[in-house]
Ligand binder design. Structure first.
Ligand code: PRP
Ligand code: URA
Length: 206
């Protein structure tokens, strides 16, 4: 299951308002957080459980609780808009950061920051809203897979077929969760129909 498109009606509703060019940064941030919750629910279906002995008001039972060691890694800057949703769902999650910026002219990503916990044997949620050429995610994934994680789930808002194909070829065990697989990239390597520059719309830097 390398690519999963989340077709939940609420996810599609949020995405439409994110795509809408009249949506302003304050609402854009709220929609990003809400949509990330829905995507993260899908991306964490396979988390391990253990059981705890508890007493309900009626009897004693062994009942399931999460037993997975989670790490969330946003790709700065736009991925930051997705972190709060994950920390809300999983308060015990560790947070690492990878800073990556695409060159405006070449669309080639270069790394400018890295602060990661040890991800060995852990489930990593890599969050970056736009998967375009796949260059930014690929650089981050090389770093993460180098540490032998249990699994890596990439959560994005919109993906382009070009980026998905690149990551599927280079990282066969990666799972990708997105709200949309769009038509493709334009000549500036922006996703179409897409939603524009996610970081600029999130932070009002036009
Ligand atoms: C955007 C986006 C992704 C990247 C996707 O970041 O947030 O990280 O582009 O493009 P790719 O798949 O072709 O690498 P950008 O470099 O614009 O930086 P920002 O998040 O700081 O705005
Ligand atoms: N980064 C964005 O923010 N949007 C795109 O369409 C492609 C890369």
């Amino acid at each position: 299951m390398p690519l999963m498109v989340v077709h939940h009606p609420l996810a599609q509703h949020y995405l439409t308002h994110l795509r809408d060019e009249t949506t302003k940064p304050a609402l854009f941030r709220t929609l990003t957080r809400k949509l990330t919750i829905l995507l993260a629910i899908e991306a964490t279906r396979e988390l391990r459980l253990t059981t705890h002995a508890i007493r309900t008001p009626l009897m004693s039972i062994n009942s399931p609780v999460l037993d997975d060691d989670l790490v969330v890694v946003p790709i700065l800057r736009a991925g930051l808009g997705m972190v709060d949703a994950i920390t809300e769902l999983f308060p015990e999650v560790s947070v690492g950061y990878i800073g990556m910026e695409r060159d405006e002219a070449t669309a080639v990503a270069s790394s400018y920051y890295r602060k990661l916990p040890d991800v060995t044997g852990r489930t990593v949620l890599l969050v970056d809203p736009m998967l375009a050429t796949g260059g930014s995610a690929a650089r981050a994934l090389e770093d993460l897979y180098g540490q032998d994680p249990l699994r890596v789930q990439l959560i994005c808002v919109v993906a382009a077929p070009e980026g998905v194909a690149r990551l599927e070829a280079d990282f066969p065990s990666l799972n990708i969760f997105t709200a949309a697989l769009d038509e493709g990239l334009n000549d500036r390597k922006y996703i179409v129909p897409g939603l524009g520059d996610f970081g600029d719309r999130l932070y009002g830097t036009f």
